[in-house]
Every structure is written in structure tokens, then in C-alpha cells.
Design a protein around this ligand. Structure first.
Ligand code: GDP
Length: 447
């Protein structure tokens, strides 16, 4: 799988950060040094790595920590956002002409990159979207390539237009467009000839076809397994011919992922699709955000972060902090906190979203979430059975009040006692902490 080793290394860096309550500038720098090495080893372009680390560092140091996230998580959040932006942020689609106007797509790339296969894959996708594609064999040098396109086109149920090897690619392209217009086809996909290496006559031929056929979208196919070479190829093709989007093939066999992370930054062109196998169905739309999550092995940690952002009310958090400092935290606040947790989906939902936790949730060594949640509900029921006066001043809760509360919550008096005792202990602890809380308050910033 792509990004395997990068993913593992990054996760190790973050594991170390996550354990820390507070990050110094030195911590951030040391972590980013490891990130840099991991990216370089994944064959990401050197300049891209340099800029990436620089932006993460600038954002991570001196940044306020968001409520609900610890400094380690904050760095992961920033790295994730920068990875997404590195890969282009938005998902880009092939730009098709409106209505029944014919869109002409020209597929270009080196021989063996996966052009012919990808042309057929794309034809299948467009057909599924209700378009009428026509595949066109413009490779006049390799009869085998024409045959291959015909075989694949048939599998996809898409017509293949060919004129053998005795006409120029320009003539074939023009004739194909005429054919499409006459037959109600609205997307013409030109499969052009590649070479083993960049070569001037190939480039000139592509420029000629592009001009003569009035190409709408020039799609470059590059082999992810060639790493930085793919990036160089993309740069050359883009400079010479002009590329609208890139399709990265063989990502299924690329363990490093350097091309996927560099192409957008180096060429300024978006990756539209990724090839994930030899079968004609193995073409996926490219989503920068999903790819970043995949690289960071985050499970669904971003949704967790979003939940925290959306649901932890900043004002409330501040109020709570002040109460903690003044040790005026009462049972109402306790109830509030539990409700906030519940609104995020409960303990087990939160655990599931943590990296690496999802699959281990049922493992024997995990705390029993159902039990913990039941316990939480019991505590809520007990507090709800108290009067406001009792909640703000639990000291007044005597034996008869305890009995009434237990009955109201449907629990044993022992449970009411246990809650009150625990609450009393935490309150005492808080009272001893004013000095500590001072330090605590500063903890929210990277130093
Ligand atoms: P072309 O010379 O650029 O037209 O390349 P082809 O379409 O003939 O593909 C070259 C080889 O790469 C073929 O064996 C394809 O099956 C294979 N291939 C293409 N795309 C992918 C992909 O995404 N994953 C894998 N594993 N193989 C691919």
C-alpha cells in the first residue's frame, strides 16, 4: 500500500508528541526534523519538503491551543492541513463541455505509464455518469497499443475509433471528432503514443494534435512508482504541452508516495485520479483530504477534531476554567461536562475515532465502554434527582435527602454516597491547586 513506511514514521513522531502535556519550541523542531527525514525517505521533492516543514513550524510555534486539543494533537492537525494543501485541497474533476458539445480529452504520457488502460478506465467512468464517450487510437507506432485499446473499449462497452497505422495522429483525431459528432458521442478520448523517454518528435506530435483537434482537457498519465522521475516528467510535459490534470497510476504498487505528494506543488497541476490496480474498475477520484488522513493513519481523527471544534463552546470552556481555579466547580458543572461528552457521541464513539483504537475496541485489554457509559448515565441520573440547591451546595445533602435522591434516580444509596465522596475529593484537590492552576493556565500555549 502507498505511503506505508511514511505513514508508520509519521505516526511514531506523533506518538511521542501526544504523550507530552506541553510542547516547547525545541520539541516542535525535533519532531519536524523527523517529519522532514520521513518525507525525504518517501521520495518527496526536496523543495516541497523544505517548504512544508517551514509552514508547519511557523504555524505550530507560538500558536494558541484550541480548546479540547492538546498541543500534540494541535501539531497533528496542522500537519494534516498542510498535507491537504500540498496535494491541492480541492478535488478536481475533468472539465467537460456543457450540453452536447464535444469534449476532447487528450491522454499523454510516457510509454508504459498506463495511458491506454487509464483511457479505458476514464471512458467507463464517464459512461457511468451518462456521457457518451468515444475512445480513439492515435498511437500509430505500436499496433499492439491499438489492439489493447480495442480490447479494453469492448470490456467497457465503449466504441473504439481507429484508422490503423497509416494516417497521422492529427488526421485520426480530426476524423474521430467528426465521427463523434455524427454519432451522438460527446466525449472524445484520444490515446496518444508515448515513448520510453521524453523525446522531441513525440512532443511536437502532441502539440500538433492538441492544436488541430481543439483539445479541451490534456491529461497527463504518470507512473507513481517512478517517484521523483514522475515529477520531472510532469514538469517537462507541462512546460512543453500544457497539462490540465494529472493521473497517477500504479499507486497500488508504490510504497513511498513521493510523486503523489510532490506533483501538485512542483507543477501546479492537480491530481484528478489515482490508478489503484490493473482492472478497469481500479481508478479512484483523488481526494487530498482523504489521502492525508490515510498517510497520517488517523482513522477518523479529523472528524474527532472537527467535533471538538464544533461542540466545545469556547465561552463555556473559559467559564469552566475559572470555576476550576476558584474551586467553585459544583455538581451542575459536572453534569454539564458529561453532557458535552455525550453530545460528541459518547465515550465509545470518541474512543473509536482515536487513531489505532477503532480496531482494538473489542480487545480484552480495553476498558469496558458500555460499563463506563452506563456508569456515566447513572451519575447523571443521580445529579438530576437533586434540587438546584443540593447541586450547588452538596454539603447539605443529609441521610434523608440521600434516600430521596437514590429513589428518584433508581439507584442504591451506596451509589449516591460514592458520587458525593468522589466529588468531595476532587473539590479538595482543586482547592489545593491554586498554585498549580496558575501554571496550568499558561500550558495552553507553546513556549
Ligand atoms: P501505456 O503504454 O501508457 O498505454 O500503458 P498501459 O496502459 O499499456 O499500461 C502499462 C501497464 O501498466 C499495463 O500492464 C497495465 O495493466 C499496468 N497498469 C496501468 N495502470 C495501473 C495501475 O493503476 N495499477 C497497476 N498495478 N497497474 C497498472
Amino acid at each position: 500500500m502507498a505511503f506505508e513506511s511514511l505513514s508508520e514514521k509519521l505516526q511514531n513522531v506523533f506518538k511521542n508528541l501526544r504523550g507530552k502535556g506541553r510542547l516547547t519550541e525545541a520539541d516542535v523542531k525535533a519532531a519536524l526534523k523527523e517529519v522532514k527525514i520521513a518525507l525525504l525517505e518517501a521520495d518527496v521533492n526536496f523543495k516541497v519538503v523544505k517548504n512544508f516543514v517551514k509552514s508547519v513550524q511557523e504555524r505550530a510555534i507560538g500558536q494558541d491551543v484550541m480548546n479540547g486539543l492538546n498541543p500534540g494533537q494541535m501539531v497533528i492537525k496542522i500537519v494534516n492541513e498542510e498535507l491537504v494543501s500540498l496535494m491541492g485541497s480541492e478535488t478536481t474533476e475533468i472539465a467537460l463541455m456543457p450540453g452536447n458539445q464535444v469534449t476532447v480529452i487528450m491522454m499523454i504520457g510516457l510509454q508504459g505509464a498506463g495511458k491506454t488502460t487509464t483511457a479505458a478506465k476514464i471512458a467507463g467512468k464517464l459512461k457511468m455518469k451518462g456521457r457518451q464517450p468515444l475512445l480513439v487510437a492515435c498511437d500509430i507506432y505500436r499496433p499492439a497499443a491499438i489492439k489493447q485499446l480495442e480490447v479494453n473499449g469492448e470490456k467497457q462497452g465503449v466504441e473504439v475509433f481507429s484508422m490503423g497505422t497509416n494516417h497521422s495522429p492529427v488526421d485520426i483525431a480530426k476524423a474521430a471528432i467528426e465521427h463523434a459528432k455524427n454519432n451522438g458521442q460527446n466525449v472524445v478520448i484520444l490515446d496518444t503514443a508515448g515513448r520510453l523517454q521524453i523525446d522531441e518528435s513525440m512532443m511536437q506530435e502532441l502539440v500538433d494534435v492538441k492544436e488541430a483537434a481543439g483539445v479541451t482537457q490534456t491529461l497527463l498519465v504518470v507512473d507513481a512508482m517512478t517517484g521523483q522521475e514522475a515529477v520531472n516528467v510532469a514538469t517537462t510535459f507541462n512546460d512543453r504541452i500544457g497539462v490540465d490534470g494529472v493521473i497517477l497510476t500504479k499507486l497500488d504498487g508504490d510504497t513511498r508516495g513521493g510523486a503523489a505528494l510532490s506533483i501538485r506543488q512542483v507543477t501546479g497541476k492537480p491530481i484528478l485520479y489515482i490508478g489503484m490496480g490493473e482492472k478497469l474498475s481500479d481508478l479512484e477520484q483523488f481526494y487530498p483530504d482523504r489521502m492525508a488522513s490515510r498517510i497520517l493513519g488517523m482513522g477518523d481523527v479529523m472528524s474527532l477534531i472537527e467535533k471538538v471544534e464544533a461542540q466545545v463552546d469556547a465561552e463555556k470552556a473559559k467559564e469552566m476554567e475559572q470555576k476550576l481555579r476558584k474551586a467553585s466547580f459544583d455538581l451542575n458543572d459536572y453534569l454539564d461536562q458529561m453532557e458535552q461528552m455525550k453530545s460528541m457521541g459518547g465515550l465509545s464513539k470518541i474512543m473509536e475515532m482515536l487513531p489505532g483504537m477503532g480496531m482494538n475496541l473489542n480487545a480484552k485489554n480495553m476498558p469496558d465502554m458500555d460499563e463506563s457509559e452506563k456508569q456515566m448515565e447513572k451519575i447523571q441520573a443521580i445529579i438530576r434527582s437533586m434540587t438546584m440547591k443540593e447541586r450547588t451546595n452538596p454539603d447539605i445533602i443529609n441521610a434523608s435527602r440521600k434516600n430521596r435522591i437514590a429513589k428518584g434516580a433508581g439507584v442504591d444509596v451506596v451509589e449516591v454516597n460514592r458520587l458525593l465522596k468522589q466529588f468531595d475529593q476532587s473539590r479538595k484537590l482543586m482547592k489545593q491547586m491554586p498554585g498549580m492552576m496558575g501554571k496550568q493556565a499558561k500550558k495552553g500555549r507553546f513556549k
